[in-house]
Design a protein around this ligand. Structure first.
Ligand SMILES: Nc1ncnc2c1ncn2[C@@H]1O[C@H](COP(=O)(O)OP(=O)(O)OP(=O)(O)O)[C@@H](O)[C@H]1O
Ligand SMILES: [Mg+2]
Length: 253
């Protein structure tokens, strides 16, 4: 059975004090197993982006517990958060967030700076990631020279280039036509089947067919939480599969 990769307990995010006090998240509990593909839905302002940013260590909760891979990360330093983020988490945004004056290749290579890969290795890995998303011929294009769908595929290449275990996507198909949206979803599906954990915010109910669990939020809390795939049927991380295979072949001898 896949282990818990993320545990949130009593998470609260408060903005303002006194009369202006409001809660983006209120006493929020959520346990996520490795290999889940979670879709988060809910009305505008219910706290979806806030939740994703806290899980992605881009933002901090006002109070509550956050355990990532068994480690308490709620109170760790910003520096340590940044290091963990670079190693474990890939982000995909609605507006792609590519740096406009860097080529697709340089954009995809960027996260590898934070895990200290030398430049030649970075460019080689970035080029491979772009090839996976059929963008190898556009390596030297600037984001403005790519279509929306191509920009988002470059952004997905950037999110997975450092081989993170968790992919966070905030309305990744929100700015795409249905054809590009389908391509992006098929790519995310393939990444999920490799055993990665994906948490995606969407306003499009049709996309929930890709999810193993659908969470509806309301006013900073979970309204409904439905698993469509049993925990024991979640994809296993690839290393585990390889280890199991080795084990089996040893037994045969
Ligand atoms: N910096 C801030 N200061 C004050 N309130 C904020 C701040 N950031 C977010 N909020 C509030 O927190 C609540 C949750 O915002 P959040 O961006 O998480 O919503 P969302 O569910 O992602 O909405 P959408 O679907 O429109 O993207 C909103 O009421 C918002 O106004
Ligand atoms: Mg949002």
């Amino acid at each position: 059975m896949n282990e818990n990769i993320i545990e949130l307990k009593g998470l609260t995010k408060r903005y303002g004090y006194g009369d202006t006090e409001s809660f983006a998240l209120k006493d929020f509990d959520l346990t996520i197993k490795r290999g889940e593909f979670i879709m988060i839905m809910g009305p505008s302002g219910c706290g979806k982006t806030t939740l994703l940013n806290i899980i992605g260590l881009l933002d901090r909760a006002t109070s509550g517990e956050y355990t990532l891979n068994g480690e308490d990360v709620a109170g760790i330093s910003a520096r340590r958060q940044a290091r963990l983020r670079a190693k474990k988490i890939g982000f995909i945004f609605q507006n792609f967030n590519l740096i406009q004056d860097l080529s697709a290749l340089e954009n995809v290579a960027l996260p590898l700076v934070y895990i200290n890969q030398p430049r030649t290795v970075r460019l080689k890995n970035a080029s491979e990631a772009l090839r996976r998303f059929h963008l190898q011929e556009k390596e030297y294009y600037l984001p403005s020279q790519l279509s929306g769908g191509q920009q988002q595929r470059a952004a997905i290449a950037r999110a997975i280039v450092s081989d993170p275990e968790i992919i966070l996507a905030d309305e990744p198909t929100g700015n795409l036509d249905s054809r590009s949206s389908n391509i992006v979803m098929e790519e995310l599906k393939a990444i999920h089947e490799e055993g990665n954990t994906i948490i995606m915010v969407t306003h499009n109910p049709a996309l929930t067919v890709y999810a193993t669990r659908v969470i509806n939020m309301l006013d900073g809390q979970i309204d409904t939480d439905v698993k469509t795939v049993a925990d024991h049927n979640l994809p296993q991380p690839i290393e585990v599969k390889v280890k199991k295979r080795k084990h089996r072949s040893r037994r045969k001898k």
